[in-house]
Design a protein around this ligand. Structure first.
Ligand SMILES: [Zn+2]
Ligand SMILES: [Zn+2]
Length: 269
């Protein structure tokens, strides 16, 4: 059976110093068979280092070298594009000129601030802040510029990683209507969701919450990827095996990897 990690950052992202070769070695060590680099590109982000186009040529060259150096692991080249409505057209233009294996579309910023930062919650109760996050996420999926340029929606529930409220979890039951609207639109658009294991430590659950993954399955969603969101070698492949078991428990018989933006369904044994 394949074991994926489809969300890894390296020093081509502004918030990681991990060398790509270190990431590959860490992936091999944790039994990963298919890995995907998903470097940040958050055009319009209020933090300057995120608001830039990555060095694509250097990224591609580095992945090419790694594929020769490590032939026993499948190394995919992806990107994590941040959604900001004002820059969606520009983001779509950049993405349309590249040949990624996989494009994740992630909502990091809500009303001008990255919702990982506590100041983005100031003056807002949990329901208000989380509702604004989900509304922005819905806007990202409805965006017509981006529609043909991504494959999966990254870490639904990212806002829960910020430990600001006493209970920061984000289960389906808190926002059933919004979650249904989001998941139904993802399915209608023939896109997928990512299950991001980095939430376990900070949000108390994978992202999205298992109850949201269950609902996605019930509504007919079948495209589902798994990623650690590692920025350091020790996080590569973290909790992937448990997450495969979790999605199996929700009913999934397959998870997805992407090659040149085409989904490949891998059976869960
Ligand atoms: Zn992200
Ligand atoms: Zn990420």
């Amino acid at each position: 059976m394949k074991t994926p990690d489809f969300h890894i950052h390296s020093c081509f992202s502004p918030d990681s110093t991990m060398r790509p070769a270190e990431a590959v070695e860490a992936a091999i060590k944790s039994g990963i068979t298919d890995m995907c680099f998903t470097e940040h590109m958050d055009l319009g982000h209020h933090i300057d280092s995120f608001n830039r186009i990555p060095h694509f040529d250097e990224m591609y060259a580095s992945i090419c070298d790694l594929r020769c150096q490590y032939p026993n692991i499948n190394i995919h080249c992806g990107i994590e594009a941040g959604y900001i409505s004002q820059t969606a057209k520009q983001t779509a233009q950049v993405l349309s000129q590249q040949n990624f294996d996989y494009v994740l579309l992630s909502t990091h910023c809500v009303d001008g601030l990255d919702c990982y930062l506590p100041e983005s919650k100031r003056g807002r109760d949990k329901i208000t802040a989380y509702t604004r996050y989900l509304e922005t996420l819905y806007d990202s999926i409805s965006d017509t510029y981006l529609l043909n340029h991504y494959d999966c929606i990254g870490h639904i529930g990212y806002i829960a990683k910020c430990r600001y409220y006493e209970d920061n979890t984000m289960p389906y039951e808190l926002f059933p209507k919004l979650f249904d609207a989001i998941l139904s639109l993802i399915i209608k658009n023939e896109k997928g969701i990512e299950v991001n294991t980095s939430g376990i430590k900070r949000a108390g659950h994978v992202l999205p919450h298992p109850s949201v993954i269950q609902r996605y399955y019930e509504l007919g969603g079948r495209i589902i990827t798994i990623g650690s969101d590692a920025h350091t070698p020790d996080r590569v492949g973290a909790n992937v095996a448990d997450t495969i078991a979790l999605i199996k428990n929700c009913g999934f018989k397959e998870f997805t990897v992407f090659n040149r933006r085409v989904p490949e369904y891998c059976s869960i044994i």
